[in-house]
Design a protein around this ligand. Structure first.
Ligand code: SF4
Length: 234
């Protein structure tokens, strides 16, 4: 049977762009955004991947074969492919493993942007793959009883291929992040300011910078918001 994935959008080939967040911020990147999520954060900026009270899934997603996605990605010389969502690991029992295998064989490297609620299958924990894990804390509008899944975080830590990137909107958020990092041995910790406009990102970044530095953590901006005004598909 032909492996297919439910895709929201692919971008970075026709209009080149960058990884906007985290350890690879500023690197040229291609994006495969998978549709569907198992959480429902009120501050989510990609609700078109899961919120069917606002969006029509028939308009917002298509089924694409692994071969189509590989052909698309390999039409570009860009090495980094970011597989994001939604929650991309929801489709790891489907076409995700063959997709990643074929991307790696073609010389790409892969970063998953995941919410940290699902343990990756062993076939995804391989050289060339990294997990950018973004556990959602309460201030992001998500019940932590759902968004913090200790067994999944433990598996991601054990993969030795994960960084933990938290969205923060204020200094008190850093205490919560520290509590989670201690409880689940999450390292390295990255902090990213919440916001979907350049002024909001800049303002929060300035508030967070010193306290993040004092804790010895990493700080990232949201480059796509600053550079492209959070335009969809950039
Ligand atoms: S986990 Fe990510 S994609 Fe899912 S609802 Fe939260 S912010 Fe949106």
């Amino acid at each position: 049977m032909t492996a297919r994935l439910i895709v929201a959008e692919c971008f970075g080939v026709e209009k080149p762009t960058f990884q906007g967040e985290g350890a690879s911020c500023g690197h040229p990147a291609l994006f495969i955004r998978l549709s569907r999520c198992n959480l429902s954060c009120t501050k989510c900026d990609t609700k078109y991947t899961w919120d069917w009270s606002q969006f029509d899934p028939r308009e917002e997603s298509t089924k694409r074969t692994v071969a189509e996605l590989v052909d698309w990605a390999t039409s570009s010389p860009v090495e980094l492919v970011v597989i994001t969502g939604g929650e991309p690991l929801l489709q790891q029992e489907g076409g995700l493993v063959p997709l990643v295998r074929r991307l790696l064989a073609a010389g790409k490297r892969v970063e998953f942007e995941t919410n940290g609620t699902l343990a990756p299958v062993a076939d995804l924990v391989v050289d060339g793959v990294r997990f950018n894990v973004s556990p959602k804390i309460a201030s992001f509008g998500m019940n932590e009883a759902k968004s913090i899944v200790p067994a999944a975080l433990k598996a991601l830590v054990a993969s030795e291929r994960a960084i933990f990137k938290f969205v923060a909107s204020s200094v008190p958020d850093l205490d919560r992040i520290a509590g989670l990092a201690d409880a689940h041995r999450l390292s390295p910790v990255w902090v990213m300011p919440e916001g979907t406009t350049a002024p909001a990102i800049t303002e929060t970044l300035r508030v967070l910078a010193d306290p993040v530095a004092a804790r010895g953590w990493h700080l990232t901006t949201r480059l796509h918001v600053l550079a492209f005004a959070n335009t969809r598909g950039r």
